[in-house]
Design a protein around this ligand. Sequence first.
Ligand code: OAD
Length: 249
Amino acid sequence: MFPSELLSFLRTAERVAVLTGAGVSAESGVPTFRDAQTGLWASYDPAQLATPDAFRRNPALVWDWYAYRRALIAAARPNPAHYALAEMEALFPDFSLITQNIDALHRAAGSRAIIELHGNIRRVKCAECGKTASAWDDSREKPPRCEHCGGLLRPDVVWFGESLPPDALQRAMEAAERAQVFFSIGTSAVVEPAASLPRMARRKGALLVEINPEATPITPLADYALRGKAGEILPALLEAMTRRQSLRK
Ligand code: OAD
């Protein structure tokens, strides 16, 4: 199922970086950004809700939308793609898992070398003083207020038009630049600056592997474009990588 040169390259590689997007969580039942919104939120466009302006205009609506998505995510479990990536981490001395996802499913699956580019829906932060918290009480007031300064709490995620956490972006760029193999998995590769990471890795000589049922703007750059679902391809790739190694002993 996999080209032998890809498997042999993976067997000798030491520095691997992975970029994941919403497609990796699709098989956990978490809708991707390009999936139509359903139910109560069908008439809302995520791009109109996930913005600082929307929060200024209607903080309670934005807070409720994230509460809805947090409930969707709370019901979700990691899928075989998440577990395969957690296992892959142990195979390489220098492995970085750069994710655009805010659903914390990589950590739930056991990954540790995670760089959260777009934040984490399970954390909130004060819109005024920036202090973060992992617990809050929104039974009285929505959004609740910061216990330090009284400012409104908001999800600790990157909104459209906001800059990414500088340290996370710096670490992601460094990982992309030193990678020998760069995987772009389950991302439409259109939102910057994350979408530049595969290009950056390729420019520095990394082997670029894309896993996605559909083509994306970086498909033409990929050395290997593996067409299909991450939850099917990643476990098979991991098995092929480790099977060949055991055969050689
Ligand atoms: P998108 O919804 O833009 O793209 C999801 C990608 O996953 C698409 O290319 C699908 O073809 C692919 N896909 C769907 N099912 C898949 C599966 N089972 N296995 C593998 N791939 C699958 O989501 P992202 O690329 O993550 O930013 O979007 C990037 C950013 O856009 C998000 O982080 C968010 C949004 O604006 C912020 O919120 C700042």
